[in-house]
Design a protein around this ligand. Sequence first.
Ligand code: PMP
Length: 438
Amino acid sequence: MTAAGSKPQVHKKLSRDLSQLAEEMKRFSTFKQVMDYSQFFSENSKLRKHSAIRAMQKYLSIPGMISLGGGLPNTQTFPFESISVKLKTGETIELKDKVLDKALQYGSTPGDSQLVDWLRQLQEQVHNPPYQSYDICVGNGSQDLITKAMEALINPGDTILIESPTYVGILAFLRPLGAKFLEIPVDNQGIQPDALEEALLNWPDIATRPKVLYTVPTAGNPTGLSTIYERKKKVYEIAQKFNLIILEDDPYYYLQFKTPLTPSYFSLDCDGRVLRFDSVSKILSGGMRVGWVSGPPALVERIVLHGMATNLHPSGVSQLLVHTVLNKWGVNGFLEHTRSVAQFYEKRRDAFLHSLDTHLKGKAEWTVPEAGMFVWIKLPINDSFDLITNKAREAKILLVPGVEFFPNKRDTGYVRASYSYATEEEMDEACRRLAELL
Ligand code: PMP
């Protein structure tokens, strides 16, 4: 493994030199004004307490401790002898004995400590955050952690600042939570800081101020568009001015087609006001359900307290598999792997854009994503819902109507298309069929 702090070759190529940035940002810290994190907690979260049983877990590793306290099942009764993993490179890893036993047993709520240590190395090398006392908590994918963070920060009736259009999976959680949406529009350079500032400047004195901004800065789902670095800096300054917490939902970060990778909000965070969500879903496996959040301990603790009372912890076996492969690769190997995944999608993007050009030029408009797996297509109609949910399905093309991605629903001619899965021939045929429908 590469020691944290030493910047290996591949990292230099991938990321900008963030050390100067980190130093610069520290000078702008308004941390002293933000320190009281309890001002951000929802009423629900304030009621969450440490589980008495879960809290005992840290004592288990003390030498000589005899545990009659927990309800741990005895691993001798489990039927699994070993797990053999063969990577596509041909290497085989055998997981057995104590290592496997640990993964099969109940584990700690914030995640396996070895995996957490590895992820910290990654965060240091890739983001080098100026706010250094951050914690990391692993979850069942990043969605698990984002929704817990939202529950911890938002009361029913609160307004959340949310980029628009945005990830539909988060809207599905926020609507029943009773959140109101203040939409901040995105364009081809990402979220618009001027619109954010204006909304906050014009906020009526009598209404509870929004305190949370949710953003998907890389390859936004559905637009495929990313927020440029200059805008991130402006948004961060606005967050400082208006005392906001930024929820940086960034599962497509490593799917940027060009390097150096754009610095994250986390790498600008000198105050401790960013909760950054990462995921292995798009780069190792979606089914493994492993994601992680990095951010100020007081906020990460809210997520952990929620986990203690709900899913207890992410799957031990998934964490072991993920840690085993990451540890084998090291940070450099991981970054190299993500490059090959990004190149895979870039090639598909090119093929899809070519098919769009061939069949839909003059009939529709679309974004040219520089990362991720989505293209946001504007059809020459006021509302795409009927065409996409009925006629397109009859013609055997699946697309998502744009209305789903607007927090405050509205008629829109947009649709989301993904170039991640279908073959190049299928993508071409889908474009041909869509053109025919139009
Ligand atoms: N955020 C965004 C923007 C996503 O597109 C997704 C997956 N569709 C998620 C979060 C959830 O990812 P995970 O598999 O890590 O829960």
